[in-house]
Write a protein that binds this ligand. Structure first.
Ligand SMILES: [Zn+2]
Length: 101
């Protein structure tokens, strides 16, 4: 991403101070609070979710300590992934054909 809009790509707030690498080969604009927490943009958590999912027992513990910014709070990967998993269970991508017929 870029700093053209002066917004942090992790939290969306103004005040980006530079571009930094995330834990995957992807760089984005960061504000100071997100840099201090090594917060990751939601794109990174989506990539992690595709590989780790909710298999927290076998995941690298360092990944579980990462945080992202959601609705005004920094939350860790476990919390984010559990919310996403619950969301998918309530709103499956595959339509329920039997009930919609
Ligand atoms: Zn930020």
């Amino acid at each position: 991403m870029t700093m053209l809009d002066d917004k942090c790509d992790v939290c969306g707030r103004p005040g980006a101070v530079g571009v930094a690498s995330t834990v995957i080969p992807y760089s984005c604009a960061y504000c100071v609070p997100c840099l201090q927490r090594n917060a990751q943009p939601d794109l990174v958590f989506m990539v992690m979710y595709e590989t780790i999912g909710i298999d927290f027992e076998t995941a690298n513990p360092a990944y579980l300590e990462l945080v992202t910014y959601v609705d005004g709070d920094y939350i860790d990967y476990r919390t984010w992934a559990q919310k996403r998993h619950a969301s998918e269970a309530n709103d499956p991508i595959v339509p329920d054909v039997e009930n919609n017929a």
